[in-house]
Design a protein around this ligand. Sequence first.
Ligand code: SAJ
Length: 424
Amino acid sequence: MKRLCVLGLGYIGLPTAAIFATNGFEVLGVDINPRLVDTVNRGRLPIEEPGLKTVVSAAVNSGNLRAATQPAEADVFLIAVPTPLTHDKKADLSYVISAAESIVPSLRRGNLVILESTSPPGTTTDLLVPILERSGLKAGSGLLVAHSPERVLPGRIIKELIQNDRVIGGIDRESAEAAKALYQKVCEGQIFTTDATTAEMVKVMENTYRDVNIALANELAKICESIGISAWEVIRLANRHPRVNLHWPGPGVGGHCLAVDPWFVVEKTPDLAQIIALSRRTNDGMPDHVAARIAGLLPAVPNPKVAVLGVSYKGNIDDARESPALAILAGLRRREIAYAIYDPHVRDFEHDLSGLTEAFSGADCVVLVADHEEFRFLHPQQIGQRMRTRILLDTRHFLDHQLWREHGFEVHALGESPRKAYPR
Ligand code: SAJ
């Protein structure tokens, strides 16, 4: 199993292809986007991700990684294409379907096909296998098929691809063992095998677990705002209990994973997945809650302006797709509140981005949305001088509030409202 064909050169496919290539595999990376294919063939990067540039340029320079728009014969086909949501919150499996169809003419006896894309439980056996069998081969006798979900955290992809444990679900034991033997060549973590549908459920439940816990924290944040205590202090102290691990509130849950995968469980069993659906709606309601809080904080001045800090879906990454910032900005527009945006990481955004000075100039409120490390070094005195009114709303409880107060800012945080503690 030396020749690999990786379908999809995105956040997961490209790092995976590059890691296999630097471990001696001959890898063909396939993507429908010719510009992306060209970028990869030149050893360049389409995304910002620590360590990725080194691995991709090493892979391309070694001659082991080549990109193309069409698949070719290989020993292993690894599908790592997006599985987004449709408008009615169902899994859009069209990329999986077309990737699977594209490899049918290249499939040969003994090939291993692995689906890495996060998919609703049942996808491998009920959707992927029937497409692959159009080749004339029979899954389970001559064709190996497995699901091996990716579990890496954006911002730590290279490290986690190598170090994380993996769960591999085969359509039969032979498929699971073949996929395990393959990943063992590049992974340091432990590899556990199971059946394909269980592996699919494992993956979607990991992200569902996190989403539900964040919803609990966001609900707590709103409760604490209403009774005048700090959710951040409650969580910090509750987490001193040996069996409690409350998550952190925030301006909403973004990205392509937590905000998407729980719906795959709801889609399968809508009557049963009650807490899961409610959690999704709770988290989806946070951006508008933030917009409403901003509106409530703005002073009575003509044409108030908000400076928004950070629009990626979380800190220290450049990915602003599905970011809660988009819904916050929509909430500001609905309320006819003007804003300017500063983000040192994001390049590709559907709204205009401003320079640092321009964003703060004449502003009445700074709102921190993404917790980029650089924002710790912003100096409230220099910023305050450019603003009309010194108000800060920190949706991540990230900045040094004491310091900002010392420089004349009225400081507010999500999950907190003016203290009523020790009222007597
Ligand atoms: N967030 C909170 N509060 C928290 C933690 C996160 O509001 O306590 C927000 C973040 O700000 C962000 C969103 O949740 O908007 C998601 O961020 P994340 O860091 O939790 O996760 P992702 O989406 O970047 O990556 C997740 C990871 N899954 C888990 O940790 C269970 C990753 O391991 C998966 O591989 C990835 O989804 C994926 O591709 O499925």
